[in-house]
Design a protein around this ligand. Structure first.
Ligand SMILES: *[C@@H]1O[C@H](CO)[C@@H](O)[C@H](O)[C@H]1NC(C)=O
Ligand SMILES: *[C@@H]1O[C@H](CO)[C@@H](O)[C@H](O)[C@H]1NC(C)=O
Ligand SMILES: *[C@@H]1O[C@H](CO)[C@@H](O)[C@H](O)[C@H]1NC(C)=O
Ligand SMILES: *[C@@H]1O[C@H](CO)[C@@H](O)[C@H](O)[C@H]1NC(C)=O
Ligand SMILES: *[C@@H]1O[C@H](CO)[C@@H](O)[C@H](O)[C@H]1NC(C)=O
Length: 295
């Protein structure tokens, strides 16, 4: 075919029940074969496995990593449909490889990761935080001027910029959403402030002293529901209505309810069946391009 032609790759699906000798349960094995014989094709074999054993999310993750590649990543509705059809019962709750990592914080400035632990002991979370209320809190504000609290990024608060050229901290007393605050700081100063050192924390405390602010944005944030267990990112979701909701702030892992194939956040300590996959870890772009490969 010429350079400008696009070919639709045939997806051949084989579902078979395979008795795995080393596993207690029956394993439904699904092979997703992408054929087309093109050199530009991604690795062309991916197996999805339904594991008929009850485990909590972390146990399931370990099991998948030991026996297969990892917990499953769902890239699109086709894969979601395939998984759904593999669950033997209509009313199964099955773990997917998606979780809401409450400790995956990053600083806006320099893109450096935030480390929980001894190097940041001067940074204290307020009591019970981070709690990701309603599965909707992915930005961090200082509360009561000293302690950290995860808040909805769309909330409007005053914010703290850092100006690298004047090595100063600037409290901006206009209420803005976190990303508006970030834009402001990046335009007029350097960025929303980080708090990486004890000295930085005490300067910030001084800057805030007497301001009376209750919440003030700093440069700490995280990506919701990313990455998946296998470290890939996929923007496809299939949440049930009103989900995810992080009910009672205990729900940080994702399960699929087999009948409609919809997703729910759930307590990670529930014991559920789960889906694993075998195959190379692929990035989202590669997977998306499967249906229309240019050659
Ligand atoms: C902050 O830094 C910018 C350059 O990034 C500079 O033009 C500006 O004067 C500084 N503002 C303050 C308040 O220090
Ligand atoms: C903050 O305060 C310390 C003294 O506690 C000082 O040495 C430092 O230069 C100040 N500025 C910054 C940007 O941390
Ligand atoms: C805050 O400022 C007041 C004076 O305005 C001072 O008495 C107090 O010690 C300051 N607090 C801190 C934590 O620096
Ligand atoms: C995931 O990626 C991060 C860096 O982005 C790396 O530190 C980590 O080891 C990776 N985890 C796995 C399971 O590959
Ligand atoms: C899963 O169970 C193991 C013990 O078998 C426990 O150590 C772990 O914390 C549990 N994980 C969750 C998320 O509850």
């Amino acid at each position: 075919m010429g350079d400008n032609n696009y070919a639709t790759i045939i997806i051949m699906v084989t579902i078979s029940v395979v008795q795995m000798p080393r596993m207690e349960g029956t394993c439904l094995l699904l092979l997703l074969l992408l054929s087309g014989g093109l050199s530009t094709l991604p690795p062309n074999l991916k197996e999805h496995h339904f594991v008929n054993q009850l485990m909590n999310w972390t146990e399931a993750q370990s099991y998948c990593r030991e026996h297969f590649t990892d917990l499953v990543t769902v890239y699109n509705s086709d894969i979601n449909q395939l998984l759904r059809s593999m669950a033997p019962n209509l009313e199964d709750w099955v773990w997917l490889g998606l979780y809401n990592d409450r400790y995956s914080w990053k600083w806006s400035m320099e893109g450096k990761h935030f480390y929980v632990g001894s190097t940041h002991e001067f940074l204290i979370w307020a009591n019970g935080q981070p709690d990701c209320v309603n599965a909707n809190e992915y930005c961090v504000a200082l509360q009561g001027q000293t302690q950290m609290d995860d808040r909805p990024c769309g909330d409007s608060y005053p914010f703290l910029c850092y100006n690298a050229s004047s090595t100063s901290y600037i409290l901006v007393m206009e209420s803005r959403s976190w990303s508006e605050a970030q834009s402001y700081c990046r335009t007029y100063h350097t960025d929303l402030t980080s708090i990486r050192r004890k000295e930085e924390k005490s300067n910030i405390t001084l800057t805030l002293n007497g301001s009376g602010v209750q919440y003030v944005w700093i440069g700490l944030y995280r990506d919701p529901w990313a990455p998946w267990s296998d470290n890939t990112t996929s923007t496809f979701t299939n949440w049930a209505p009103s989900e995810p909701n992080n009910k009672n702030s205990f729900e940080y892992c994702v399960s699929m309810y087999s009948m409609p194939g919809k997703w729910y956040d759930a307590r990670c300590n529930y014991k559920l069946n789960f889906f694993c996959f075998t195959g190379e870890v692929q990035n989202t772009n590669t997977v998306r391009s499967c249906h229309h490969v240019k050659h």
